[in-house]
Ligand binder design. Sequence first.
Ligand SMILES: *Cc1c(COP(=O)(O)O)cnc(C)c1O
Length: 378
Amino acid sequence: MAAENPFLELAAPGIGRLAPYEPGRPGEEIERNYGLRDVVKLASNENPLGAPPAAAAAVTAAADLALYPDGACFTLRRRLARHLDVAPEQLILGNGSNEVLVMLAETVLTREHNAVMDQYSFVVYRLAAQACGAESRFAASFSAEDESPLGHDLDALRAAIDRHTRLVFVANPNNPTGSYVSPAALKKFIAEVPQHVLVVLDEAYLEYARESGEPDALGWLPDHRNLVVVRTFSKAYGLAGLRVGYAVCHADLAELVNRLRQPFNVNSLAQRAATAALDEQAWLARCVTANNAQRQLMAAGLAELGYPSLPSRGNFLLVDFGTASQSAAANEHLLRHGLIVRPVANYGLPRYLRITVGTAPQVAQLLEALKSFAATAA
Ligand SMILES: *Cc1c(COP(=O)(O)O)cnc(C)c1O
């Protein structure tokens, strides 16, 4: 253990106990440490099919790197508003949706307030609340045996709300579990949340999850001014490296949050690429179809090896290795075989690994590596 940091006494409330976000390990690091080449990263739910061609072209086209980006994101904002059928003033654009989540927390949370979230929801929610000195209140998930295993219990989330609550986070689908709440249940929940609480509906994996004909949460915004829908270009849209995400909400709330937004938070390459990506709907649909087919094959292959996974509506599976030590051994085995996956012990899920759905060859490589692991473990 390092000696206590002498700057701790200077730190703002909440910062002293903050444990930084642990990102998926970069391929280059594993290649260096394990003497490997062509490592496959299935740790951060990126799109294994890459970026949309039009977005890649927009980035390589001459860009004025010496100039500041358009702080208002004029072109992207207008294009995105048209795509979503909302007013441009309803959008908050961020350096990834991560930044949008942090800005929402900074806008409403203080030491007197709390944020409510599911016990197994995306770790950034608690980090954002803690950095504001606010309390995080965790609602118990459904059990692993429930029909929505480890899924959000909306009644428990609602019960955790009190008069000091300012935010309730719902991730749909959720990361790391992949669980999904039906639009009907969600709509009912939103209607029941008191007006002094913002419902932050994080739809980072929406493109993979929504079945045709299912209602879009954006349609509920006119009736629920405390609803904030957060989305990203990092996952299905394949632009994680550029950092661009957004929220859609009431224009007055967007105006408030935009007051604390840093003037040039979305860089110029990200703005161009995201704008171009919106024209790639056919490409996006092909990515979603490929993901959903590979997810099914991967789940079936894993189950055959004795590693069941939770039902997932995202581009990843939460895979059960039975015990924490088996999960750690599987992780190490996969690293040695050039596959980076995500341990989720920090989420309180030490038995599991979260594994992104790769391309067909990547899924085959994963199953092959786990087959040899199962043979050594047996
Ligand atoms: C990946 C992820 C995000 C953040 O993505 P950005 O790259 O910051 O846009 C937000 N929410 C959930 C649930 C995620 O899994």
